[in-house]
Write a protein that binds this ligand. Structure first.
Ligand code: ATP
Ligand code: MG
Length: 253
């Protein structure tokens, strides 16, 4: 098995939290090696995973696209970027983490973007599972710094604006030059009363399969407030239990 997941959605819907919970759940199932990719310039996936981020890839790109940072010759340059990426991988207990960092500056990055994508895809080849936490929107996917994705997970809350954002993401994802295996939607922060009829209907219209809902959870909310990590959640946490079921679904079980 080899699986690459990209988590996307409107700002604040719970992408980072869910990406981290997915990493924890896959790790618990003994699936690995795992590569977590923080593709949000306001990176906080490292915090949610309770680890230190490595050097952001954007910095490597910055160095590689200036003349002093570029070894002569295409192959030498590609190898230099490869080596830098290897060094930027932060190794944690049961998973590795790579941080994309802040996006485009004033220079043209086309060539370095291509190198970066190639290096990232050769890096990803070493992992059984890749979990990519996107910023709100589809920047990294549309800039093609990302490789192909098996499952695009659109995270929504039980609110119409977040469902509309997911609609746009699903539509946009069809126009991207990135291969996406399937598109699914995950409703996060569902209260005891459920998502409500209107949201349910909107979600049915979405061109993406709906996975199991994740409940609104006080411990998760608290975790966000103190920038805590998902490994500190108790084993019987209900949101974690729901994510474990989502993982089973993704594994086809
Ligand atoms: N199921 C949940 N129950 C309660 N709180 C939650 C739940 N999921 C996420 N949260 C809280 O919602 C807030 C936003 O979560 P998170 O940072 O994961 O969202 P995001 O989509 O990654 O945001 P951004 O778009 O800024 O990257 C955090 O404070 C988090 O603790
Ligand atoms: Mg986030």
């Amino acid at each position: 098995m080899k699986l690459s997941l990209a988590v996307a959605g409107k700002g604040g819907t719970g992408k980072t939290t869910l990406a981290a919970l997915l990493v924890r759940s896959f790790k618990e199932k003994g699936i690995g090696p795992i590569l977590a990719v923080d593709a949000d310039p306001n990176s906080n996936l490292a915090e949610a995973l309770g680890t230190e981020p490595g050097r952001p890839l954007a910095e490597i790109r910055e160095v590689s696209s200036t003349s002093e940072g570029s070894p002569p010759g295409g192959l030498g340059r590609a190898r230099a970027v490869d080596d830098e990426i290897q060094r930027a991988v932060a190794e944690a207990d049961g998973f590795d983490l790579i941080t994309m960092g802040r996006g485009e500056g004033p220079r043209c990055y086309c060539y370095v973007n291509t190198l970066l994508r190639k290096s990232l895809s050769s890096l990803s080849a070493n992992y059984i599972l890749v979990v990519l936490d996107n910023e709100a929107g589809m920047e990294h996917l549309s800039r093609r710094t990302t490789d192909n994705v098996d499952v695009l997970i659109g995270v929504v809350n039980p609110t119409l604006p977040s469902v509309r954002a997911a609609e746009r993401i699903v539509a946009l994802s069809r126009e991207l030059p990135v291969q996406i295996g399937r598109r699914v939607v995950l409703v996060n922060r569902v209260g005891p009363a459920g998502t409500g009829e209107q949201i349910d209907r909107q979600l049915e219209l979405l061109d993406a399969q709906r996975l199991l809902d994740i409940p609104q959870d006080d411990a998760l909310e608290q975790l966000g407030a103190i920038a805590g990590d998902v490994f500190s959640l108790p084993n019987d946490n209900p949101a974690l239990a729901a994510v474990r079921n989502v993982v089973l679904g993704l594994l086809g079980g």
